[in-house]
Design a protein around this ligand. Structure first.
Ligand code: NAP
Length: 518
């Protein structure tokens, strides 16, 4: 089933006999220049823990390796924090909390704005770093830098717009003041799939609101957060306001911090399974929580859809970020009159996709993050095929962690691929007969992050807004993320919203004060 023509190595259009000696020399020079640049970018990343404004080794001097998922090779070694380091980081956040909360909003805003400028200035380095540790194509890393930086700019603007209410009580006996206060020190836990944006989407609003933070990036991709923290220091973030812990002992480190009554909030992005466990832990201290969890997005194509648009939307909704996005379309639910032509059109596009190391020009699909991800995509696909689905292109591991982009149709009810997040480049299609069936299939999941709907019928579009149980919807578009929009899910996809005017309120506590008239 593997389609070798999709492999990056086979698409250069050159054969060994065509190459002149000087061509080889030029290529060698180019390759060594690239390798040099990669080394320089990796070498510039701080490797310690950021605690109280200083970079330091883990107290036990432990370290761990970070690898490039396209080769499995070690690219950097960083500090491996333990629970004691976690408490030291919380100490620093607690010490800095009062003065950061008292810092004028305009000052906090200016610092975030400088951080935005610095991230944009260093976008090429950050993009390369992300591609090296996570694997996504360089063009997508660049897009993530733009998207991720926007949260710093947006919340630099929101920092000075926090307001309250003042008014007489209905009885006329007193005056009511409603104000907003920073929640206090926050633990931020982020995933590996969007190493920059998931960090800025939390750090931006937390700092804007006047909260200090301890950030724990995923152990698979800690480098981007470390580089970002360096830039934020350069932008003027005071000591202790932003602390970073890299660790392979996430559970132990976060449990120690969460058990400390000085922590006021947890903001987590990751899997529903881990989120559920953290929610249970948060209950002990009645911590405020924000949870951005897993998805299982339906992508509905109605019989009146603009097919060109639907195919275009499907390609981004499915294959952006190698399919490793919580917003990735997981279930393509297509009207039976269009299922065949839609399948044919997307399969043609997918067959032409270029797979390779994310740093190579023109690559659209990089490696999956690790062996576990490959096993999951493979077994979900096998289950669907065993139940009678048909593979049109792809369907196999090309080499290492490179999985061929795949289109599979006729996926029957009950297939595991319809229940679980695929988190890989597999586009799974099922057919429906009428609108009620489409809605029933779309809502047949415990998740509720995002849905995509393709229809030319405005009234139907409005009905879908009401009937689909998701926190977000793309109506004739395949990507919805925007710093100005409230991102988040319903049901087991999470609690709270990140981004938009709503985002800063995740880090603010409402305070009501009553005073007499005289
Ligand atoms: P994950 O395994 O849940 O890990 C997420 C983060 O939690 C990582 O930093 C991880 O650290 C940490 N972690 C793991 N176990 C922990 C524990 N017992 N206690 C405390 N922290 C723990 O998820 P992932 O594989 O990195 O990310 C993929 C998932 O994230 C998918 O389900 C995706 O849908 C979801 N996601 C959701 C959104 C959204 O906005 N809704 C956005 C992006 C991703 P380690 O690296 O050390 O394991």
């Amino acid at each position: 089933m593997g389609d070798e023509s999709t492999s990056g190595e086979n698409t250069s259009g050159e054969s060994a006999s065509d190459e002149s000696t000087s061509g080889e020399g030029a290529r060698r020079d180019g390759a060594s220049e690239t390798a040099q640049r990669e080394r320089a970018v990796l070498g510039a990343v701080p490797s310690g823990l950021l605690i109280g404004g200083a970079w330091a080794d883990a107290a036990a001097a432990a370290t761990f390796d970070v690898t490039d998922p396209s080769t499995g090779g070690v690219i950097r070694t960083v500090a491996d924090a333990d629970a004691d380091d976690g408490i030291r980081a919380l100490d620093a956040a607690v010490v800095a909390q009062d003065s950061w909360a008292a810092t004028p909003p305009r000052t906090r805003s200016d610092i975030l704005r400088r951080a935005f400028d610095l991230v944009r200035e260093r976008s090429e380095d950050l993009a390369l770093l992300m591609t090296l540790e996570m694997g996504k194509p360089l063009a997508e890393s660049r897009a993530e830098v733009v998207y991720g930086a926007e949260f710093l700019r947006w919340f630099s603007e929101e920092a000075v717009r926090v307001s309250g209410r003042y008014g007489q009580n209905p009885e006329g006996s007193g005056r009511m003041i409603v104000s907003q206060r920073p929640v206090g020190p926050v633990l931020l836990i982020t995933p590996w799939n969007f190493p920059l944006a998931m960090a800025t989407r939390k750090i931006g609003p937390a700092l804007a609101a006047g909260c200090t933070v301890v950030v724990k990036p995923a152990s698979l991709t800690p480098l981007t957060t470390l580089a970002l923290a360096g830039l934020m220091q350069e932008a003027g973030v005071p000591a202790g306001v932003l602390n970073v812990l890299t660790t392979t002992r996430s559970g132990a480190v976060s449990a120690a911090i969460m058990a400390d009554p000085r922590l006021r909030k947890l903001s987590f992005t990751g899997s529903t399974e881990v989120g559920r466990g953290l929610l249970a832990q948060a209950a002990d201290g009645v911590l405020r929580v924000s949870m951005e969890l897993g998805g299982n997005a339906p992508f509905l194509v109605f019989e009146d859809a603009d097919l060109d648009r639907a195919v275009e939307g499907a390609m981004v909704a499915k294959f952006r970020n190698i399919g490793e996005a919580c917003t990735a379309a997981n279930r393509f639910i297509v009207h039976e009159s269009l299922a065949e032509v839609f399948t044919k059109r997307v399969a043609e596009r997918v067959r032409a996709m270029r797979v390779g190391r994310g740093t190579e020009a023109g690559v659209q699909i990089g490696p999956l993050i690790d062996e576990r991800a490959v096993t999951k995509a493979s077994s979900l696909l096998r289950d669907a095929v065993d139940r009678g689905a048909t593979v049109h292109t792809g369907g196999a591991v090309l080499r290492g962690t490179f999985f061929a982009p795949t289109v599979v149709s006729g996926v029957p009810a009950g297939a595991e691929i319809l229940r679980q997040e695929i988190f890989g480049p597999v586009l799974a299609i099922s057919a429906f007969a009428d609108e009620d069936e489409a809605v029933r299939l779309a809502n047949d999941t415990e998740f509720g992050l995002v849905s995509y709907v393709y229809t030319r019928d405005l009234a139907r579009g409005h009905r879908m807004i009401d009937r689909l149980e998701t926190g977000m919807m793309g109506l004739n578009v395949g990507v919805v993320s925007n710093a100005a929009a409230p991102f988040g899910g319903v049901r087991q996809s999470g609690l709270g919203r990140e981004g938009g005017p709503e985002g800063i309120h995740e880090y603010l506590a409402t305070k009501y004060t009553l005073l007499p008239n005289d």
